[in-house]
Ligand binder design. Structure first.
Ligand code: KG4
Ligand code: ZN
Length: 375
């Protein structure tokens, strides 16, 4: 079946068409219009500005994705839309566009939790993300993507790390979520963004800090920075990152002139990134020992962090070699609509025929919900 996914929960206007057959998700087109430059001057996403941009971009993005997928509206079998959580002005643009298309095209409509989408980004396996410019015709892609699709075995433990969420989610099977731990304050991505701001780096902070930390391997020994590893030894699976951000602020306040020293910024970026990674890995391994999953997944925008991927892979291989680890392809780590379409496919598959019939009238009922819960 062919699924149109739409995502507007934050600062990306995204639409994608995927073809799903026997649990294999093949991406036919994946268009993301990012507003990063617009929000960078404010140091974060401004909800009403985001909504205005979504409004401007939503139909061009939809048009482009349909064109690239070589699909006509009549070939679309399902519309899948992020209906929360996120910024309400932003969510409303996507949900209203999706509801309108559902009504006028007479297609079923499903609302997807944004984090569910991030988790299901792990079920996308094809070469379009590895080489977005590839001109392989859609008809030839499926056999290749099938052979590349590794089977994700349940139970799954998923480390979700994004700008709004940091959670450990246990899944006994598809679409069954149990949150066994989460951040008590800031999300990991939010901490990256706030620390970058303290250091005078650009928004979003995750890519800015990770590039600096990666580029310069050797740390300047003049800067002996030791940040805390919050909640590391607590006997639970929760996280806390706001104290870590404050610790960075205290270090900077000791001597603000250090912000002019590139070597200080490098040392601080490396130490901060490592503090976040240490806590994320330690809690994930602890949860894996207790809940014994067959697969560990990584999800959310922070999963684009190469050092986190590398160290998590290494630690799982060394300490829990019987567990398979997987992260989404980099092209599907950050917000996109292919992941929303993928999650929609797995939801659709689980529905009985009367639920599927009802989905045709979801254009009347679907609501954007800033606080939507994962269930
Ligand atoms: O999932 P996402 O695209 O949007 C939300 O759902 O929040 O995640 C965005 C977050 C931002 O906080 C950004 O700084 C962070 O992911 N991020 C990274 C990296 N790339 C994006 N954090 C660390 N390292 C990265 N390479
Ligand atoms: Zn996200």
């Amino acid at each position: 079946m062919n699924i149109l996914g739409i995502e507007t929960s934050c600062d990306e206007t995204a639409a994608a068409v995927v073809k799903a057959t026997n649990n294999v998700i093949q991406v036919l087109s994946n268009v993301v219009s990012s507003q990063i430059k617009l929000h960078a001057r404010w140091g974060g996403v401004v909800p009403n500005l985001a909504a205005r941009e979504h409004l401007k971009n939503i139909f061009p993005v939809l048009h482009e994705t349909l064109k690239k997928s070589e699909m006509k509206p009549e070939n679309i079998n399902l519309i899948s839309i992020t209906n929360g959580p996120g910024l309400i002005p932003a969510l409303l643009i996507g949900t209203e566009a999706a509801k309108t298309l559902s009504l006028f095209w007479n297609k079923p409509l499903l609302g997807i939790h944004h984090i569910e989408g991030h988790i299901y980004a792990n079920f996308i396996r094809d070469e379009i993300s590895a080489n977005p410019k590839s001109r392989i015709p859609n008809s030839e892609r499926i056999s290749k993507s099938k052979s590349q699709t590794p089977k994700i075995k349940f139970p799954v433990l998923c480390l979700v790390v994004s700008g709004g969420h940091t959670q450990l989610v246990l899944m006994k099977n598809h679409l069954q979520y149990r949150i066994i731990g989460q951040t008590l304050d800031d999300a990991a991505g939010e901490a990256f963004d706030k620390v970058a701001r303290i250091l005078g780096l650009e928004y979003p902070g995750g890519p800015a800090i990770s590039v600096i930390a990666e580029t310069f391997e050797i740390r300047d020994s003049r800067f002996e920075i030791n940040l805390p590893r919050p909640m590391l030894n607590r006997n639970n699976f929760d996280f806390s990152f706001s104290g870590l951000k404050t610790a960075v602020l205290y270090e900077v306040k000791k001597n603000e002139k250090m912000l002019q020293d590139k070597n200080f910024i490098i040392a601080m970026s490396q130490e901060f990134q490592q503090a976040v990674i240490d806590v994320l890995i330690s809690k994930t391994l602890k949860a894996a020992r207790e809940y014994k999953p067959r697969t560990i997944l990584l999800a959310g925008g922070v999963s684009a962090n190469k050092e986190l991927r590398r160290q998590l892979t290494e630690k799982i291989e060394k300490n829990l070699p019987h567990i398979r680890f997987q992260a989404p392809e980099i092209g599907y780590s950050l917000d996109n609509a292919a992941m929303i379409a993928a999650a929609g496919y797995f939801r659709w598959k689980k529905m009985d025929s009367s639920e599927k019939d009802k989905a045709f009238s979801n254009w009347k009922h679907l609501q954007a919900d800033a606080e939507l819960r994962l269930k």
